[in-house]
Design a protein around this ligand. Sequence first.
Ligand code: SF4
Length: 367
Amino acid sequence: MKVLVKKTTNLKENVREIFSEFPTLKKLKNKKVVIKPNWVSPRKSDTGVTTDFKLVEQVIVQLKKGGAKIVIAESAGYDFDPRETFRILGTDYFTKKYKVPILDTRDCPTKTVNIDGKVLKKIKVPREILGVDLIFNLPKLKTHMLTGVSFSLKNLLGLLPLEERRKAHTLGIHQAIVDLGKFFKKTAVIVDGLTAMGGCGPVFGDVIRPQVLIASESALAADLACCKILKINFKKIDHLRLAREQMEFDGLEIEGIRDFKIKKFDLPKVSIIYRGIYRSIFVLEEILSPFFKKSIVAWAVTRFGTMPFILREKVKDKKELIRICPVRAIGDDLEINFEKCRFVRCLRCYDKFPQAVRLKGFSKPSE
Ligand code: SF4
C-alpha cells in the first residue's frame, strides 16, 4: 500500500502532485466525495488541533477540477458546541467561496445500518454519507489522551452522531474505530502535518511544526506511516494494532520518508485509572441516556478539563484581551464567565497572552 510523505514547500503544488499519484484521485468525474476534516474544537489549525483551511481548500480545488460533487461532513467533539465551533473557525468560508455544503454530523438525518463489526453492529450513519464514492479523510497529525493517536482511522468517528460516538466509547473505543475503518473502506487520506500536536492531545497538547503531508488510498497505511515517521511503535496504539490484524493490508511502501525528520513527538502519558474513569462516565451516560438528555461526559470534561484563568496583574492590554474572546466571556473585571467559555475553550486568550492567561485542569499544554 502506497504512502506519500511530502515535506510541504508549496502546498498548492504538493496537493496537486498527490492527486496525480493515486488512481482513485484521477477518476473523479461525477463522483460523490465526502471530505472529513478534523474540526473537533474552535482552536485554530496552527495550534495543531484542527485541519488547516489551506489544505481543505487545495483538496476542494483539485476535487472540483476532477468534476467531483463535494460535501464536507464534520461536527465538534463531545464537549464543544458544534455551532460555535464552526462559527469561530469560520467554516462558512467553504460554503461561500466554493459552494460546498457542510453537514453537521451531530445534527442531520440518519439511517440505521448493519455494519457487522466486532463491537459496532447496527449504527446510525448520516444519510448523506451512505453510498458515497469516496471519503476524503483529512485528519490532523496529533495525539489523543484515550486512543494514543488521532490520525485517519480515529478521525472517522466524527462522521457519526453523538449517540453512536458514545456507544463506541462504551463498547470499546479501539475496536469500534477498527469496525468503522472496515465499514468506510472507500477512502483517500491526506494527514495534515503542517502543524501537529504531541503530548496531551487532541485539543490541549503541545504544538510542533513538521510541515509535512502524509497521503494514501488506505487509512490504515497512512496511520502506520505516521507512526513510522514519528517513531511510534504502532503495536502500542491499540486501535492500530487491532486494525493491522483485522484490516486488509499488503505491506507498506512509503515514498519520501527519507526527506523527512522530526525532532520530538511525545505520546500522552495517561494512567489506566484516567482511562477507566473516562470510560465509566461514558457507560454511565449510555445507561442514563433514555432518562437524562444532558451529556454527563460533557459536564465532567468541562468541569474538570482544561480551562483558562487570568492573572490580572500580568495583563498589559486589557482591551485586547477582552476583545479577543469570540463569545465575550471575559468581563471588564477580567473574570471569565464559565458558562460562556466552557463549551468553547478556544484558548485564543491563552495563545495571544500566555503570560497573563494560565490553564488549569487535567489536560493542558506543557508550560
Ligand atoms: S475565555 Fe478564552 S478560552 Fe474561553 S472562550 Fe474566551 S478566548 Fe476562548
